[in-house]
Design a protein around this ligand. Structure first.
Ligand SMILES: [Zn+2]
Ligand SMILES: [Zn+2]
Length: 120
């Protein structure tokens, strides 16, 4: 399923929000470059975790999916999953849940997103 996109006016609001955050970071860091870097990293990490969950939560999900898929790739079921696996969301906005996610080989995942020609 295609990811939702913002309208032009929504994009402008998002850009404005980033400018506000950047101003707050500037104030909090008192203009110290090293601290600005650390604040940006922290804010970025937390926003990503809101969308994707923590690394530990994704680790647990990978383990559950390995069991559910009998350690086989969801794109090419003849592939036994190795250590380089990726979580693929069937519908990105529904997040990283057991129902909405499949475990695939990194190479298969890359091919899938390059082609979009087959579904899981
Ligand atoms: Zn994917
Ligand atoms: Zn595969």
């Amino acid at each position: 399923m295609a990811n939702p996109r913002l309208t032009e006016s929504e994009r402008m609001k998002a850009d404005s929000l980033v400018r506000e955050i950047e101003k707050r970071i500037h104030l909090l860091s008192k203009g110290v470059q090293r601290r600005k870097f650390a604040y940006r990293r922290r804010v970025t990490r937390l926003l990503i975790q809101i969308e994707k969950g923590t690394p530990a939560q994704r680790g647990k999900l990978r383990a559950k999916l390995r069991e559910k898929q009998h350690d086989l790739c969801a794109v090419t079921p003849t592939h036994r999953l190795k250590s380089e696996v990726e979580l693929h969301r069937l519908d990105a906005i529904r997040g990283y849940t057991i129902k909405n996610t499949r475990l695939v080989c990194r190479a298969c995942h890359r091919k899938f997103h390059a082609s979009h020609k087959f579904s899981l």
